[in-house]
Write a protein of this length. Structure first.
Length: 282
C-alpha cells in the first residue's frame, strides 16, 4: 500500500483508518496464487509461453491460445477478471513443483493426465482429448506412421513421442531431436526432416500460424490418447470442484467450441468433441 503525505489535521484519521484495515485484513495485499473465491487482487495461473495456438506469449506481452482461453474462462468463474490474471510460465519439468510451492493457483499447459502425475497433483477436467500425430508438408505422401521407415522424424529433446513411433510403428525411422518445436518446424520446412511428432493439438497450433499457412498438414493419426487436465495443488479438492464446474459451463455455453475454432480452425484440426468432465479416456 502506498501512502501519501497527510496533513497534521488528517493524521489522527489516517491512523484510525490504518488500524481498522489491519484488524479487518488487507485484501489488496494478495497478489498471490489466488483464493479460489475471487477474494484477492490477482490470481497466478501457469501456462506455456512457447506453444502457438495453446499457450503463447506474444511480442507485445499479451497471451494467446486455447489453454489461455480456458484458463481465462475458469479464472473468471472463480471471480477474477482478465486484468486480474497473472500468467506464469510453467515448463513441463517444473509443473508439479510450481503447484507444490504455491507459485500458481492452477496450471493449464497441455498437461496430460496420467497416473504418475496424479500422485503429485490433483486434476480438474479433462478439457481436451488430444492424440499423438504427425505433422508433414502439405504435399507429403506420408499417411501412416509405418511410412516413416527410412524417413527422418523430428521431436523435441526429452520427448517420448518420436521413440514411441520408432518402437511401435517405424523401427527404421531416423530420429532427430531438437531443442524446441520451432526448430523441428524449421527443419520440416527446409526438408531436413520428413515429419514432426507430438500431440495433434500442439501440431495444429503451429500449422495454424499465419507464417505457415498452407505449408503443413496433420496426418490425422491417433497414436495415443492425451487428456489435458488443469493441475491443482494436491489436496485442494475445493478448487478442483470449482474448476470442473467452470469447465462444464464453458462447454454448455459453447465458449469451448468458439475457443477451439479460433485457435485451431486455420489448421483444419479435427478435434474430438468436448470430453466429459471427470471422465478419463485411457
Amino acid at each position: 500500500m502506498k501512502l501519501r503525505k497527510a496533513s497534521a489535521a488528517a493524521a489522527t484519521a489516517l491512523v484510525l483508518a490504518l488500524t481498522a484495515t489491519a484488524c479487518g485484513g488487507d485484501d489488496n495485499d494478495s497478489s498471490d496464487t489466488g483464493s479460489g473465491s475471487g477474494g484477492g487482487d490477482t490470481i497466478k495461473v501457469g501456462i506455456k509461453y512457447d506453444q502457438p495456438g495453446l499457450g503463447l506469449k506474444e511480442p507485445d506481452g499479451s497471451f494467446s491460445g486455447f489453454d489461455v482461453d480456458v484458463a481465462t474462462y475458469v479464472a473468471k468463474e472463480l471471480g477474477y477478471e482478465p486484468d486480474q490474471i497473472e500468467f506464469v510460465e510453467t515448463k513441463s519439468a517444473d509443473r508439479e513443483n510450481a503447484l507444490a510451492r504455491g507459485d500458481v493457483k492452477f496450471i493449464a499447459a497441455t498437461y496430460s493426465i496420467n497416473d504418475e502425475r496424479a500422485q503429485k497433483v490433483d486434476f480438474a477436467g479433462p478439457y481436451l482429448l488430444a492424440h499423438q500425430d504427425l505433422l508433414v508438408k502439405s504435399d507429403s505422401d506420408i499417411t501412416e506412421a509405418t511410412d516413416l521407415n527410412d524417413k527422418n522424424l523430428c521431436s523435441v529433446t526429452g520427448s517420448t513421442s518420436a521413440q514411441n513411433v520408432k518402437n511401435d510403428f517405424a523401427p527404421k525411422a531416423n530420429l532427430t531431436e531438437r531443442g524446441g518445436y520451432s526448430e523441428c518446424i524449421a527443419a520440416l520446412q527446409s526438408g531436413a526432416v520428413d515429419a514432426l511428432t507430438t500431440d495433434d493439438s500442439i501440431l495444429a497450433g503451429f500449422a495454424a500460424q499465419e507464417q505457415y499457412k498452407g505449408q503443413f498438414k496433420l496426418a490425422g493419426l491417433k497414436l495415443s490418447n492425451e487428456n489435458y487436465g488443469i493441475g491443482v495443488k494436491k489436496g485442494d479438492t475445493e478448487t478442483v470442484n470449482k474448476i470442473n464446474a467452470a469447465l462444464e459451463k464453458m462447454v454448455s455455453d459453447k465458449s469451448w467450441d468458439k475457443a477451439v475454432q479460433e485457435n485451431f480452425g486455420p489448421a483444419n484440426y479435427k478435434n474430438e468433441p468436448a470430453p466429459k468432465i471427470g471422465n478419463i479416456v485411457k
